[in-house]
Ligand binder design. Structure first.
Ligand code: AMP
Ligand code: MG
Length: 333
């Protein structure tokens, strides 16, 4: 009897040892970074097919850009819509369209994906400059999400405007990457597409909120969360200074000029990449009070960094935030 028990124990131990070796060999962690969507993408994946997952992530982001979302890649769906003043789009793109239209509506137009013509005049990404006033007024006149209609998979546009999903593209990429990781049974992953981060899988994650007035490695606070998407929109991402004023790329659709309020950055925590990205842009334009209202309408959490060195959040974030820069004060509203 004793011998039989010893044999069973030995078999169990051998099986466990084999599992540990098996697991250790199969669950690899692989990191990679590359450029796509005009930004740096970095991925760290743990799982049995981590290497293939990283390759697939690069493909997903690059193709999403060149075949669907890019305004400049000839042949992308958005490029064709803009060129032809409407047309057919794929099922997934139609879904993004209606989700983003909802953000336009719920934000009262603070988020508007038809500002491409206005953005172009500011030339962010090349040689930014203050646009000619008349040209800006004209481009603004030819914008407005209410002039774009989606019927099934067909988009029609009642004006010559330029559709731009730039405020949500990185978040959309996170959702597509998440779908892939679920299908490939990855264990854990952290994928950053510019200022939008996917935290995927088991355990806790720590993500930093960048110091809007510091360099790219400088952080103000840490958020400790489980799996989710975290996007930050900040005026520091693309800006220039002229005559002592700072001009940045997040525009107020009412004026065509950079949104000018108390906000330096907004971080949104949401289960959806698309929403985290779109809402971070929308909440930047709306400012603290209305921004919180919008985020909460979507069940998302928001953290605002303001010009008077406050980090403003609601109590839904109090338990997961840690301030790491003593020049800033946490205010729970
Ligand atoms: P993000 O960095 O995600 O906040 O997105 C900023 C980008 O969104 C800009 O570079 C523009 O292409 C576009 N954009 C600027 N202002 C708005 C706005 N009010 N609503 C929607 N998209 C915008
Ligand atoms: Mg955004």
């Amino acid at each position: 009897m004793k011998k039989a028990a010893a044999v069973i124990v030995a078999i169990v131990l051998a099986a466990l040892a084999a599992f540990v070796v098996y697991d250790a060999t199969l669950n690899k962690t692989v990191s990679e970074s590359f450029f796509a969507m005009n930004t740096l993408v970095s991925a760290e994946v743990t799982g049995i097919s981590a290497k293939e997952d990283c390759t697939e992530i690069e493909k997903i982001v690059s193709l999403l850009d060149t075949e669907t979302l890019s305004r400049t890649a000839e042949g992308s769906e958005i490029f064709r819509l803009n060129k032809n003043g409407g047309g057919e789009i794929g099922e997934k793109t139609a879904e993004y369209f209606s989700l983003l239209t909802d953000v336009c509506e719920k934000s009262g137009g603070a988020f508007d994906f038809t500002l491409g013509g206005v953005s172009d005049l500011w030339k962010f990404g090349s040689n930014p400059e203050i646009p000619n006033e008349n040209a800006l007024a004209d481009a603004l006149l030819h914008s407005g999400y209410k002039k774009v209609f989606l019927d099934g998979n067909t988009v029609s546009v009642s004006d010559s405007l330029v559709i731009d999903f730039g405020a949500a593209g990185k978040g959309i990429a996170l959702d597509e990457i998440k779908n892939h990781l679920e299908a490939s049974k990855a264990k854990r992953a952290v994928v950053a597409v510019g200022g939008s981060v996917l935290l995927y899988g088991e355990g806790d994650f720590t993500v930093g909120i960048r110091n809007p007035e510091g360099n790219s490695g400088s952080y103000l606070a840490k958020l400790k969360t489980d799996a989710c998407c975290v996007s930050t929109s900040g005026s520091y991402e693309q800006s220039f200074e002229e005559n002592g004023r700072i001009y940045h790329h997040i525009l107020d659709p009412k004026t065509g000029y950079p949104a000018d309020n108390e906000v330096l950055s907004v971080t949104i925590v949401s289960d959806s990449g698309l929403l985290s990205d779109a809402l971070s842009t929308a909440c930047f334009v709306l400012g603290v009070e209305k921004g919180f209202e919008l985020a909460e309408e979507y069940g998302a959490r928001a953290v605002f960094v303001t010009k008077d060195k406050k980090i403003i959040a609601r109590n839904n974030i109090e338990d997961i935030i840690e301030i790491t820069n003593e020049d800033y004060t946490l205010v729970i509203q």
